[in-house]
Design a protein around this ligand. Structure first.
Ligand code: SAH
Length: 249
């Protein structure tokens, strides 16, 4: 084996939904070991108090490519760099783009560290909605045309998946959740148990169980994750539960 040059190190880290207890130990240790933390402004602000001595670099939303290139360029200066994302970096996060761009920086080595995604943090607050097969769909049409989102919603509902919706709403897309509920109702043909979780693991955290007809009117915001049960999902003592079927065997 020939001599292999040490590569510059970058970590793409999922911080979990918010509070430090929800971060994995691996993520915390990787952050501790880094010199520079790069991320979207909101998440970086959450970290500044915990790691006041790090160097921070931020870019606003919609500047993802620039943010990633900034991370690679810092690493090339000899810094150990962490690119942070909320939840898991591989779920509507930055790990894909980092690996795509990584081809242009062959002297850099990217390591991905998993985190607790909003679907899992939220599911625990609601009860056990994701006990059976589920589909995760983002309602954001910034990068995916609405026709494709609608097709996926229809397919998931027709196949009786539990559906977890990310990015259910924003100022420009205030009626998307309503449209999604109507599509799901058309395919499922029945009232379904649903749940919403706002700001899981953060200040103002709240979880509510309701029915699909109520969900249609729910004022979701950009920190809300929505859960739509399958035909068997029930409310048990106020909690949303999708039976796996253990009691039938
Ligand atoms: N990488 C993130 C998802 C980013 S997409 C993850 O794995 O969780 C942004 C969407 O994630 C939001 O619109 C919302 O639907 C969901 N989300 C992120 N953080 C959340 C939180 N703390 N509570 C509820 N939903 C959250």
């Amino acid at each position: 084996m020939g001599y292999r040059q040490m590569k510059h190190e970058l970590y793409v880290i999922g911080m979990g939904p918010g509070r430090e207890e929800k971060m994995t130990l691996e993520a915390l240790q990787a952050l501790e070991a880094c010199d520079t933390i790069v991320g979207y402004t909101v998440y970086v602000d959450l970290l500044k108090m915990r790691f006041p001595d790090k160097e921070y670099m931020t870019t606003p939303m919609r500047q993802e490519t620039r943010r990633c290139r900034m991370a690679f360029e810092e690493a090339q200066k000899g810094k150990r760099v962490a690119m942070v994302c909320s939840g898991d970096a591989g779920v509507y996060g930055m790990s894909g783009l980092m690996l795509e761009l990584g081809r242009e920086y062959p002297d850099c080595q990217v390591t991905v560290i998993s985190g607790v995604t909003a679907a899992l943090a939220g599911a625990a607050l609601l009860g056990a909605p994701l006990m059976h097969d589920f589909a995760v769909i983002s309602l954001s049409d910034l990068l995916t045309p609405w026709e494709k989102i609608e097709k996926r919603l229809r397919a998931a509902a027709a196949a009786d998946f539990v559906i977890c919706l990310y990015n259910p709403s924003s100022k420009k897309r205030s009626d998307y959740l309503k449209r999604a509920c109507q599509i799901i109702f058309e395919e499922a043909g029945q009232e379904l148990v649903c749940g919403v979780v706002k700001s899981a693991g953060r200040e103002g955290e709240c979880a509510e169980v309701m029915y699909l007809s109520e969900l249609e009117e729910y004022p979701a915001d950009m920190f809300t994750t929505v859960f739509i049960g399958n035909s068997e999902t029930r409310i048990i003592d106020g909690r949303m539960v999708t039976p796996r079927g253990y009691q039938n065997i």
